[in-house]
Design a protein around this ligand. Structure first.
Ligand SMILES: Nc1ncnc2c1ncn2[C@@H]1O[C@H](COP(=O)(O)OP(=O)(O)OP(=O)(O)O)[C@@H](O)[C@H]1O
Ligand SMILES: [Mg+2]
Length: 234
């Protein structure tokens, strides 16, 4: 479904991703594990054209997305959940954040918009009472729910999650990731979950890839990766 082929990205003269190839299928969760500075965020940003790739390809069912725009990626159904609750407007209300996140391809149809908002509130009922509050006034956990609801508006086909465990309680991390797994199983959502916390990622991943200083050094089905092997990867 989503294919990343020989993707290379540099900041100035420094190459931070070197011919990275990865793919994720419908209904599949791929965990990408790697240390600080391995290039995890850069990888996700390049998929939605927030950073420019030097070479390589990114295809969603044959449509080229490489070096297009975040909007093109969103319209094609690829959404990024940035790390640490970024990607929401903290001075705007929760409801406004959801409205703004509605993809243009769904038009200005009010009924459709309400339907999409209702869908997000079914997933995160805690947000129901918070709709009129500025997103920035919510707790970290609630802000992460808003960020995830924003990313889910318009029902993406591919969700990219950048270290969703940072700053959240283990309970909430579990809840968010269970939701990703449920959407993968029930709606065929494909997800790339970037994490430093391997234990968190392995709980829901089908496959695991290890990224070390810009290169994929290993890929395996999640069930075949033992704790010792994980230590070896790093
Ligand atoms: N805008 C930028 N300009 C220059 N260098 C950058 C920029 N963004 C990231 N880098 C560098 O590129 C490398 C990869 O960064 P990236 O943020 O992709 O890593 P990461 O795996 O997400 O790390 P972390 O676990 O800390 O989030 C790092 O060495 C970082 O310092
Ligand atoms: Mg990062």
């Amino acid at each position: 479904m989503l294919e990343i082929e020989a993707l290379s990205v540099s900041y100035g003269k420094r190459e931070v991703l070197s011919r990275v190839s990865l793919s994720v299928k419908e209904g599949e969760v791929l965990a990408v594990l790697g240390h600080n500075g391995a290039g995890k965020t850069t990888l996700l940003k390049s998929v939605v054209s927030l950073v420019r790739a030097e070479s390589g390809g990114i295809h969603l069912d044959g449509t080229q997305l490489c070096n297009t725009s975040p909007r093109t990626a969103a319209e094609a159904g690829v959404r990024l959940l940035p790390s640490e609750f970024r990607g929401i407007f903290s001075s705007r209300t929760v409801l406004d954040n959801l409205k703004i996140a509605m993809p243009a391809r769904m038009g200005r149809d009010k009924a459709r918009q309400e339907q999409e908002i209702a869908y997000c509130l079914e997933i995160f009922p805690d947000l129901r009472q918070k709709l009129k509050q500025p997103a920035g006034s919510l707790s970290g956990g609630q802000q992460q729910m808003v960020a995830m609801a924003v990313a889910l508006m318009g029902r993406p086909r591919v969700l990219l999650l950048d270290e969703p465990s940072i700053g959240l309680s283990p309970n909430l991390v579990q809840r968010l990731l269970d939701e990703v797994r449920r959407l993968s199983d029930s709606q065929g959502l494909a997800a790339i979950l970037v994490e430093q916390n391997a234990n968190v990622a392995l709980r829901i991943a089908d496959r695991v890839a290890a990224l070390r200083t810009g290169t994929i050094i290993r890929e395996a089905p999640a069930g075949q990766v033992t704790q010792e092997q994980l230590w070896d990867l790093f």
